[in-house]
Design a protein around this ligand. Structure first.
Ligand SMILES: NC(=O)c1ccc[n+]([C@@H]2O[C@H](COP(=O)([O-])OP(=O)(O)OC[C@H]3O[C@@H](n4cnc5c(N)ncnc54)[C@H](O)[C@@H]3O)[C@@H](O)[C@H]2O)c1
Length: 346
């Protein structure tokens, strides 16, 4: 058994430390943070945990074969690059990086070093996301018309990234997972209220093939705490409410149908209101499942479900959405945008 280190033990990183520590599948778990007070608190909670404020000690320790990067997003690229260069498998919190160029560089570095790179797209490990994907795949909802998601609350206001980069990775990753498709175009509008140049609220619109559209509302300046995804299909509709303690998934047997034979205009569209079904889904902490998956992939040397390419795909759409956001919501065609970006980098 080898050792594993978590770098960045703030409000999220400490959950990663807890999970890896409790899974007990490594010899030793290390925690690294520039803030020693955080390390002291963690040592009190987990007596076998080793800590250091110096990342170099993690990098040069050959017993540590895996590094989990949970520092603020601006540091992801540098910390992950150093870990890969030192021969470690790496799990990077979302977003993988703050530019597609950096994300691609990490993917290529991991490939050339034959190291694993996984990104913390937590929602993909959520049992309800998997159930919802099954409903879509097996046709129970019919043809998917549109999806909207709401990820809003008061806090955590970030100073290095806007609400799009902070929250958006969750919604983009789950949308691509549910639909098994990438968007054709993206448009985003938002506003800055608290800090110069950093959007507190963002509304994103995406178009996918076959007229599937999606809308995402992201904000850390909102009176509600919502983590909700609604899928409207031609046969049924489904709502995944992640703030509900139980009954997180509801399937509505509701639809609107166009009739072929009709006498009056009123008969042309009929509405059906049917039962609401709440399937039982056993929900284990998604973060625990995500951490287990990383360890399984390390053991079996298999690519993670949310590998570096998945991280890159999400970062590309975030980047294009950010471009739209900074240009008053112009729609950005993804293929065209990245073709132009690459030719300008040549
Ligand atoms: N998957 C999820 O649901 C989820 C939820 C929240 C946050 N996150 C992600 O987790 C990461 C951390 O977020 P957070 O909310 O914990 O932020 P945070 O600001 O609370 O914590 C960041 C920690 O990193 C430390 N740090 C910063 N630079 C460092 C360096 N150079 N070396 C060592 N330590 C350093 C800071 O001291 C701090 O303790 C972010 O990437 C964020 O996007 C993921």
């Amino acid at each position: 058994m080898s050792d594993l280190a978590v770098i960045g033990t703030g409000s999220w990183g400490k959950n990663l430390v807890r999970n890896f520590y409790e899974l007990r599948r490594q010899n030793t778990v290390y925690a690294c943070d520039v803030d020693s007070a955080k390390l002291d608190r963690l040592r009190n909670a987990y007596p076998l945990l080793k800590t250091t404020p110096h990342y170099e000690e993690i990098l040069s320790n050959d017993q540590i074969k895996a590094v989990v990067v949970a520092t603020t997003a601006v540091n992801h690229f540098e910390k992950a690059k150093q870990a890969l260069a030192a021969g470690k498998d790496v799990f990077v919190e979302k977003p993988l990086t703050l530019s597609s160029r950096d994300a691609l560089a990490l993917v290529e570095l991991a490939e050339s070093r034959q190291r694993l790179i996984m990104v913390g797209h937590l929602m993909i490990y959520h049992p309800v996301s998997q159930q919802l994907r099954e409903l879509i795949k097996n046709g129970e909802l019919g043809e998917v018309y549109y999806i909207y998601s709401q990820r809003v609350n008061l806090g955590q206001v970030r100073k290095d990234e806007n609400a799009l980069w902070s929250f958006g990775p969750h919604d983009f990753s789950i949308l691509f997972y549910l639909l098994d498709q990438e968007p054709i175009d993206v448009a985003a509008r938002g506003q800055t209220y608290l800090q110069n140049g950093i959007e507190d609220v963002v509304f994103v619109s995406l178009n996918f093939p076959n007229r599937v559209s999606a809308h995402i509302h992201l904000s850390w300046l909102d009176p509600h705490k919502l983590r909700k995804i609604t899928v409207v299909g031609s046969k049924k509709m489904a709502v995944f409410d992640d703030t509900a303690t139980t009954e997180k998934l509801r399937i509505y047997d509701n639809r609107a149908e166009k009739k072929i034979d009709y006498d009056t205009y009123g008969d042309y569209i009929t509405l059906r209101f049917g039962d609401v079904v709440i399937p039982y889904v056993a929900v284990t902490e998604p973060l625990k499942l995500e951490c287990q998956h990383f360890l399984d992939c390390i053991e079996k040397r298999q690519p993670p479900r949310t590998d570096g390419r998945d991280g890159l795909r999400v970062v590309k759409v975030l980047e294009a959405a950010n471009h739209s956001l900074k240009n008053n919501g112009i729609p950005v065609n993804l293929e065209q945008y990245f073709a132009e970006l690459h030719s300008s980098h040549r």
